[in-house]
Design a protein around this ligand. Structure first.
Ligand code: PAF
Length: 293
C-alpha cells in the first residue's frame, strides 16, 4: 500500500492503474477506522481493481463548537488496518493540499441538507461534506465510491450531488456495522465512558422498538415514534432528533406507506451519536441495515 500526500501523486497513480484497465474504488474517510470502515474497504476490494482510501479530517464540516481538535487521529494504526484489507492507496493530504490559499468554492445541496443533521449541526456541515466529497471525486475519479448507511442523510446528499452535477461515479451505501449489543460503530464511540457506553445501546433499542410496532401492523408515525421515544426516556437520553422521514426525499412521514428512515441523533455522555433503521413499508427484513462484523 502506498501512502500519498499530494493530488498530483494520486492522479498519476490512478491514471497508471486505469491505463492498465483497472476500475477505481474510493472509500472517503476521516480515519479512526473501525469495522464499519473496514467493511467498506472490503467491498471496494472485492469490486474494484484499484482501491483508494482517503483519510482527511475535513475541517469545513465541523462547527467551531464541535470536536475537530479532539477528533481521534492515529494515521499509523489506520494505515496498518487499511493495508491489511488490501487497500492500494491511502490518500492522506494536508489541509493546505485540499484547501489551498484562495479556495472559494462551496457545494451546497438545497432542501435535503436543511433538516436533521443539517438543522442540528448547521448548514456548514453538509456544505463541508459535499464540497470535500466533490473534490475527492475530482481527484480520484472513482468508478464507485463507498459510504456507510449509518450516515444516511450524507448518502442522500452525496447521491444528489452526483445526480445534479452529472458526476460519473456510482455510489454504494453499505450496511451499518454494529457492536454485538447493537450500538452502531462510530469513530466517536471512543468518547463514551462506561455509563454512557451502556446507555448508548438505547439508540438502536429504540429503533428496534419502533420497528416492532411497524411489524405489528401499526403504520402510524406517531405511534411508531412514541415507542422509540419511550426507550430513550428510559435510558435518560434526550434526543436531538428522533424522526420518521421518507427514505429518498427526507420529507416527514405521517403514515409509513413506502420505505422510510427512522433516524435518531443524541448526545450520550461526551459523544454525539447518530443511528437509523430503514423501515420497509412492506415489512421486509433487512431494515436494521446490519452487516455481520
Ligand atoms: O463520513 C465521513 O467520514 C465524512 O463525512 C466524509 C464522507 C469522509 C467527508 O469528509
Amino acid at each position: 500500500m502506498r501512502i500519498l500526500r499530494t493530488i498530483a501523486e494520486v492522479r498519476a497513480a490512478v491514471g497508471a492503474a486505469r491505463g492498465a484497465g483497472a476500475s477505481v474504488g474510493l472509500v472517503p474517510t476521516m480515519g479512526a477506522f473501525h469495522e464499519g470502515h473496514l467493511s467498506l474497504m472490503r467491498q471496494a476490494r472485492a469490486e474494484t481493481g484499484l482501491v483508494v482510501v482517503s483519510l482527511f479530517v475535513n475541517p469545513t464540516q465541523f462547527a467551531p463548537n464541535e470536536d475537530l481538535s479532539t477528533y481521534p487521529r492515529d494515521e499509523h494504526r489506520d494505515a496498518a488496518l487499511a493495508e491489511a484489507e488490501g487497500v492500494d492507496i491511502l490518500f492522506a493530504p494536508s489541509p493546505a493540499e485540499v484547501y489551498p490559499d484562495g479556495f472559494a468554492t462551496n457545494v451546497h445541496v438545497a432542501g435535503l441538507t436543511e433538516v436533521l443533521d443539517g438543522a442540528s449541526r448547521g448548514a456548514h456541515h453538509f456544505d463541508g461534506v459535499a464540497t470535500v466529497v466533490t473534490k475527492l471525486f475530482g481527484i480520484v475519479t472513482p468508478d464507485v465510491a463507498y459510504f456507510g448507511q449509518k450516515d444516511a442523510q450524507q448518502v442522500l446528499v452525496v447521491r444528489r450531488v452526483v445526480r445534479d452535477l452529472d458526476l460519473a461515479v456510482r455510489i454504494e451505501a453499505c450496511p451499518i456495522v454494529r457492536e454485538p449489543d447493537g450500538l452502531a460503530m462510530s469513530s466517536r464511540n471512543v468518547y463514551l465512558d462506561a455509563d454512557a457506553r451502556a446507555r448508548a445501546t438505547a439508540l438502536n433499542r429504540a429503533l428496534d422498538a419502533a420497528e416492532a410496532v411497524l411489524g405489528s401492523g401499526e403504520h402510524g408515525g406517531e405511534r411508531i415514534l412514541a415507542s422509540a421515544r419511550a426507550v430513550l426516556v428510559d435510558a435518560s437520553i434526550d434526543a436531538e432528533y428522533l424522526e420518521l422521514r421518507d427514505a429518498e426525499t427526507l420529507q416527514p412521514v405521517r403514515v409509513v406507506e413506502r420505505d422510510a428512515l427512522l433516524l435518531v441523533a443524541a448526545r450520550v455522555g461526551a459523544a454525539r451519536l447518530i443511528d437509523n433503521h430503514l423501515l420497509r413499508a412492506g415489512g421486509a427484513e433487512e431494515s436494521r441495515g446490519e452487516a455481520a462484523a
